[in-house]
Design a protein around this ligand. Sequence first.
Ligand code: NAP
Length: 313
Amino acid sequence: MHRSRHVPNGRATTRRSVARLKMALAVLACVLMLAPSAWAQSRPTPGQQVVLVTGSTSGLGQEVARRIAASGAHVIVHGRNRERGMALVEEIERGGTGSAWFYAADFASFAQVREFGEAILRDYARLDVLVNNAGFGSAPDERLLSEDGHEFRFQVNYLAPFLLTRILMPRLLDSAPSRIVNVSSLAANAIDFDDVMIENNFSGRRAYGQSKHSQVMMTFDLAEELEGTGVMVNAVHPAAYMPTGMVRRLGVTPVATIDEGATAVMQLVTSTEIEGGQFFNGLRAGRAPNAQAYDLEARAMLKELSEDLTGLR
Ligand SMILES: NC(=O)c1ccc[n+]([C@@H]2O[C@H](COP(=O)([O-])OP(=O)(O)OC[C@H]3O[C@@H](n4cnc5c(N)ncnc54)[C@H](OP(=O)(O)O)[C@@H]3O)[C@@H](O)[C@H]2O)c1
């Protein structure tokens, strides 16, 4: 008796559950259809230029990404902060000119840099410009270590873009004429090869300066290596003390605007008047801020060390 009363009730409950599940699936399908286009990964159209701007979730990189998208290109937005990255993608997609997609990768981890580089090779058949912009400033004045156990600024600002550039090189070569823009700085401390990880006399300023100077040394080396390939590479000090995240952390009153810095970077992205292998202070080409950048032996030592530390050798 008890059993026979229970069975029909159970069937009715199951029917109601199935009906509710169907209704929920129908609602989900409607939501997905109405969702903003940024929810589906945007793909470049045939012939559309593809530009990767590392560190474009804030500050200078964000403005550079906006300008590149405004020119009609597809921008690969990168950073650690997914929320800010996706907000920029959505802003670009809604703007109707250009397109974008976001990838998260922490440059304090070689594993994440490799995964990121491999994802770009897998997802993009062309790469017209690589802007190595991501960076961590001199504040806090503390010696930090990366996930791989290296001095933090040296890895995030220099070793990570060194590795990423090497991983992406086949795509840049295939896409020639193409460009690499290394966003560096006038802050440029010479490398002490007996203490590259700055275990003695550490300061955040020195660590930042060494990492940005290393980028300039890499730029000069790459330019020689890439001669005749159609891949142009330059380094730029965008502007001094722009009101960005790293300057806010330093507590310094901004001197220049983000617009000034973005204009300097954009010159290297778009101008047909410039040549490769140069250091630009804003819009003007000039001497690298530290003479060690012209020391071929020091450059060879840095390159060898970088290949060892990043596992490229
Ligand atoms: N501000 C200046 O006055 C000035 C002057 C000379 C040169 N620069 C150079 O300009 C470039 C841009 O800096 P900014 O001034 O715009 O500073 P910012 O506002 O602090 O932006 C730094 C960008 O780099 C990313 N980033 C930081 N650490 C990272 C990590 N571990 N892994 C991956 N991405 C990381 C950040 O992404 P998340 O926040 O998503 O992690 C952010 O998008 C840097 O290379 C800097 O050295 C700036």
